[in-house]
Design a protein around this ligand. Structure first.
Ligand code: MN
Ligand code: MN
Length: 315
């Protein structure tokens, strides 16, 4: 018997049976005693185009039932050394984005009193701003790996300063992140102005356009990011729309010409060594995910991020 929580095995209970938690882990009533907590943030009221990410946490949990505990290709055995559990969903106010962001921040403040790495299941990308507010209170400004088709650095959308498209401008203005230790990977598509991305480069953000990564392996980029960030506390925010819509169509603001699933795995696997203090996987929109492939991919990306957390044994 392991001292650590284990996912329910598909040989003990059929994978299509049982309560839906992330990777069939136990539910924990609080963050107490946990190294890692998966936390659902079912929200889509920060989106600007297609909605539906309110159903993301449910669908990510459902598709995660297929994932087995050992990462065969990397040798990572996260459940051999980390105490992991699903801590449930945050009770947002679906009628108020502003209120919801306050609720998310308060919930993260509470769980970050414990030495836990929260892994957020989104939800639209606006959730990352209150998470970073809580993270900065605990760790100071954090390094950031932001994988996304979009830089999410608009100033306002319809006069609103807190939306899924304004997160990283607010995080920069509020000093929640270290600009020279921000890496935005996979940017592409069309913009409102010619300077949509380059303004943030002027703040110090390191940006890689998807087109500069086409047909290339991303292992060296991962290593470059690790060398650049060093031992700084680092948050990883993974927007599923960084992937090409042929791989991940079930999302709110798809952009063609994106990363492949293989590049996503190469990138994350080569981020091992970062001092990761939290992660999220956002923008999975099940109503547009008719095959379940987007949520399946998102759940596996979550597992890849789990596999590189500090303290994970590699066999
Ligand atoms: Mn985004
Ligand atoms: Mn995006």
């Amino acid at each position: 018997m392991s001292d650590f929580n284990q996912p329910v095995s598909g040989n003990d209970l059929a994978r299509f049976a049982g309560l839906q938690t992330f990777m069939r882990l136990p539910v924990a009533p609080s963050a107490d005693g946990l190294d890692v907590g998966f936390i659902g943030i079912p929200m889509d009221i920060g989106t600007s185009w297609r909605s539906g990410t309110r159903f993301g946490p449910k669908q990510l949990r459902q598709e995660s039932a297929m994932i087995r505990p050992y990462n065969i290709q990397t040798g990572a055995a996260p459940f051999d050394s980390l105490q992991c559990a699903d801590v449930g969903d945050i009770s947002i106010n679906t009628f108020s984005l502003a209120d919801s962001l306050k609720i998310i921040e308060a919930k993260y403040d509470e769980i970050l009193k414990h030495p836990i790495i929260p892994m957020g299941l989104g939800g639209d990308h606006s959730l990352t701003l209150p998470v970073l507010r809580a993270m900065a209170k605990k760790h100071g400004p954090v390094a950031l790996v932001h994988v996304d088709a979009h830089a999410d650095v608009n100033d306002e959308m319809f006069g609103e300063r807190e939306t899924h498209g304004t997160v990283f401008r607010r995080a920069y203005e509020e000093g929640l992140i270290k600009p020279s230790k921000v890496w935005q990977i996979g940017l592409r598509g069309t913009g409102y102005t010619a300077e949509d991305f380059t303004e943030a480069a002027g703040w110090g953000f390191n940006q890689r356009l998807a087109s500069s990564l086409w047909h290339k392996p991303l292992d060296m980029l991962g290593k470059e990011i690790v060398a650049s960030i060093g031992d700084q506390p680092c948050y990883i925010t993974y927007d599923i729309d960084s992937l090409d819509p042929s791989f991940a169509p079930g999302t709110g603001t798809p952009e063609i010409g994106g990363l492949t699933t293989m590049q996503a795995m190469e990138l994350i696997r080569n981020l091992r060594g970062l001092n990761i203090v939290g992660c999220d996987l956002v923008e999975v929109s099940p109503p547009y995910d008719t095959t379940g492939n987007t949520a399946l991919t998102g759940a596996n990306i979550m597992f890849e991020m789990l596999s590189i957390l500090p303290g994970v044994k590699v066999r």
